[in-house]
Design a protein around this ligand. Structure first.
Ligand code: HEM
Ligand code: HEM
Length: 221
């Protein structure tokens, strides 16, 4: 049995867990609930590791090699949008491909700096004890700097969806929930159900492994 979806199941599970965890990280950061903030952050780390691997072994639309295109394709994509031509392609558009990299990279930066951050008093990230206290404080500053960038990238994500919906009369959201329909011609490139189950297991293992980083924290007593 083979899947005939635009977005394979592991990618969709990744997307919604990622969205929930990003929103959770922001909310817990604002509420200064650092224990939970760290848990959301570590979930993001596991999800990012999964997404990186899936970019090589996932379905066609999930692969970096398929959706990362050169400047000519990006300009063509922009021209099409301005000319109100909805691209017929399945998966990310040229512009969407690069937006995906930004949506993955900023959280990656936040997790990497978060791991070494301290709030200066009660809470340390799982690897903060590996660096000097002053360095951990600097990591927290670097962590903070990315906040407006994250908001900007998220705003572009939502704006892009609104533009597609209003200007191009194309709703991108249902396929990210149901998977959407891949054209029959592409079926041979679709992913087997077994491979998708392996993908889901890989995702769960990597999230679990990321959470085990808290075990590296030095005992308080
Ligand atoms: C809660 C509202 C959200 C909705 C409705 C939504 C919807 C979507 C849709 C429709 C796509 C596919 C775009 C396309 O067709 O090219 C997508 C892709 C993506 N979204 Fe979201 N999104 C949401 C929140 C988020 C958040 C908070 C993040 C976190 C940074 C995020 C990260 C991504 C990423 C990384 C992709 C690319 C998927 C991949 O190939 O890995 N999304 N989103
Ligand atoms: C393992 C992962 C993470 C750890 C250990 C961590 C740790 C921390 C710490 C210690 C602070 C407080 C810094 C201070 O008091 O100056 C902080 C703030 C913050 N973090 Fe994280 N973080 C992680 C991941 C993330 C992620 C993935 C995001 C966003 C997607 C994020 C967003 C924020 C924001 C927005 C603040 C500032 C909250 C505010 O003061 O308004 N963090 N984080």
């Amino acid at each position: 049995m083979r899947s005939s979806k635009i977005w394979d199941l592991p990618l969709r599970v990744f997307h919604w867990l990622f969205a929930i965890s990003i929103i959770g990280s922001i909310a817990t950061g604002k509420a200064e609930n650092w224990e939970l903030h760290e848990r959301f952050g570590l979930t993001i780390l596991g999800l990012l590791l999964f997404r990186f691997l899936w970019g090589f072994i996932g379905s066609e639309t999930a692969r970096f090699a398929t959706f990362l295109k050169g400047p000519a394709s990006v300009f063509q994509n922009l021209k099409d949008i301005l000319g109100r031509k909805s691209a017929p392609e399945k998966g990310h558009s040229a512009l969407g491909g690069w937006a995906t990299i930004a949506l993955l990279f900023i959280p990656f930066y936040l997790v990497s700096t978060g791991l070494f951050s301290t709030d200066g008093t009660l809470f340390d990230g799982p690897l903060a004890h590996k660096v000097k206290f002053e360095t951990a404080e600097q990591f927290a500053d670097f962590h903070h700097y990315a906040e407006p960038v994250l908001f900007l990238v998220l705003l572009s994500h939502f704006t892009a969806m609104a533009v597609y919906y209003i200007w191009l009369k194309k709703n991108l959201i249902p396929p990210m929930i149901t998977g959407g329909d891949y054209e029959a011609a592409s079926q041979d490139k679709a992913l087997s159900v077994k491979w998708q189950i392996c993908g889901l297991m890989l995702l769960a293992i990597l999230v679990g492994a990321a959470h085990s980083l808290t075990l590296l924290k030095p005992a308080l007593f």
